[in-house]
Design a protein around this ligand. Structure first.
Ligand code: IPM
Ligand code: MG
Length: 363
């Protein structure tokens, strides 16, 4: 790839701060690899509501499909909390995912060796867990129709609908099986087939698809049990595939197990350009203070290098640089133990750049 065209949507809260660090990493890697980086910045989320009256404009939606990749920061904040669901910053993200048809959201979660004691799990439980949540991202309960609040005040009814077609289950299933093929070849499909018809269909389609991947050991679990097992035995998970809303919930649980939600990157992929989003939110309580942990955003860039640029070597250098700074004891406030020295966003980003230079010149 000679030129890499990235649409950057920093969004709200800590989004701009962490994205700035992530872009420095991307710039450094591109320079090293001889890739010309073309960045375009656009309004997104609350920032777009303030400027254009809507959380994402049609122009940005159109632009997203022309880029090689879209890099998102974060969206939402108390300023826009009173708006109806349809007008909120979050709607911008949902519209973007739908427009780009990025149906598979890969959310890797692992315990960093240097942060084992930041995890709320006991050491013997956490034991180097390392798994990927493959979350269906453009269907299920988030997008199903009908959806409404209707009726007279006092007698109103609200409804959302969980629907999946067989095709939708097959396409997310394939991404999950392929992901498992590149890892330990263990796939867990998480559903609620004991209660919901749509999830009974999910289970039967996944089982059928599994016949095409005889090397992958496929198992099934109900979502409530999966939540429990994630906390009790996280090291037994390798790849987990699930419905949109279930994936939203389980991936926050996975993030918490790592010790901080500031550590989880994600890639949303489909047939066209991919959308890269850290799993954390906009953290309005610390926004604008230069305190936020940029590591999730930085590792999100590593995922971009892997999935869009198709350079696993460059992605590995970024991951290794992150490992190095954590091993060296560099800590933002979210991952510091009592009494440990705390650095801000910029110092953490600079430490990664320094470690990255070493990784790149060694590799
Ligand atoms: C996530 C977030 C989003 C979601 C919000 C911001 C719409 O929680 O990416 O997990 O619910 O998908
Ligand atoms: Mg979420």
């Amino acid at each position: 790839m000679a030129t890499l065209d990235v649409l950057v949507l920093e969004g709200d809260g800590i989004g701009p701060e962490v994205t700035a660090s992530a872009l420095q990493v991307l710039q450094r890697v591109c320079k090293h690899a001889g890739i010309t980086l073309a960045l375009e910045h656009g309004p997104f989320g609350g920032a777009s509501i303030d400027k254009h009256g809507e959380p994402i404009t049609q122009a940005m939606l159109d632009r997203s499909l022309k880029a090689n990749a879209v890099l998102m920061g974060a969206c939402g904040g108390p300023k826009w909390d009173a708006l109806p669901t349809d007008k909120r910053p979050e709607k911008g993200l949902l519209r973007l995912r739908e427009h780009m048809q990025v149906f598979a959201n890969l959310r890797p979660a692992k315990l960093f060796r240097a942060l084992a004691d930041a995890s709320p799990l006991k050491a013997e439980r956490a034991d180097n867990f390392d798994f990927v949540v493959v979350r269906e991202l453009v269907g299920g309960l988030y997008f199903g129709k009908p959806r409404f609040i209707q009726g007279e005040p006092g007698k109103r009814v609200g409804a959302n609908t969980m629907t999946y077609t067989e095709d939708e289950i097959v396409r997310i299933g394939r991404v999950a099986f392929e992901t498992a093929m590149g890892r330990k070849k263990k796939l867990l499909s998480v559903d609620k087939a004991n209660v919901l018809e749509v999830m009974a269909l999910w289970r039967s389609v996944m089982t059928e698809l599994g016949k095409e991947y005889p090397q992958v050991q496929l198992s099934h679990m109900y979502v409530d049990n999966a939540a429990m097992q994630l906390v009790l035995r996280p090291s037994e998970f390798d790849v987990l595939v699930t419905e949109n809303m279930f994936g939203d919930i389980l991936s926050d649980l996975a993030a918490a197990c790592t010790g901080s939600i500031g550590l989880l990157p994600s890639a949303a992929v489909g047939k066209g350009p991919a959308l890269y989003e850290p799993v954390h939110g906009s953290a309005p309580d610390i926004a604008g203070q230069g305190k936020a942990n940029p590591l999730a955003a930085i590792m999100t860039v590593a995922m971009l290098l892997e999935h869009t640029v198709k350079r696993t070597d460059l992605a590995a250098a970024v991951y290794a640089a992150v490992d190095d700074v954590l091993d060296a004891g560099v800590r933002t406030s979210d991952i510091a133990k009592k009494g440990e020295k705390i650095v801000g966003t910029k110092a953490m980003g600079d430490a990664v750049l320094l470690a990255l230079d070493k990784q790149l010149s060694a590799g």
